[in-house]
Design a protein around this ligand. Sequence first.
Ligand SMILES: [Ca+2]
Ligand SMILES: [Ca+2]
Length: 207
Amino acid sequence: MSKKFLIALGLSAVSLLAQATPINLISNGSFESVSLANGSWGTYGSLSGWTVGPQNVEIRNNVAGSAYAGLNFVELDTSRNSWISQNFTTIIGQTYHLSFMWANRPDQVGANSNGISWQVAALDGVVGKNTITSWTQFDLDFVATGTSTTLRLGATGASDGMGTSLDAVSVTQLPPAAAKSTVPEPGSVALLAMAAGALFVARRRKA
Ligand SMILES: [Ca+2]
Ligand SMILES: [Ca+2]
């Protein structure tokens, strides 16, 4: 293999990595694992991909609103305030992007009843503690501090069986160009190292 070819190989591998569609690290982030008839809802003590709090999770299909993505969406104030959480694999120091859609139900009883508390890495906050009924996107960049990161989403506000709807939960690894850190992602480093290693071997063979 020629030196030029190897350099081109390394560069195109890095370029491919950068252009790859981001993978959603959240499993069942759109809550489509449950089959519900149109106009129906249910509460569940377990949900694929998620750990479910003791007050269960409510999933609806065209009841008190409609899904942002697919057919189903979630409410975390079931009969009382509940929560869901999910662990996903992360790289320490790498920047990730969390996003989800929230909306308050059209028949809500007011801002005091609404809101979703979110926690990820060492960050936390509350969103949706208002009377907005259209789907609204929440976005957050965070830096992983462990090889496993937990996302927790819970109902906050009055625990009264009505709360903020949730759908389309996503965590993606930011590509190096968009990340705040200037450290290249380990995948790119590994590929560059492989290309450099092949170059070294090729040059030694030539010699
Ligand atoms: Ca959905
Ligand atoms: Ca509530």
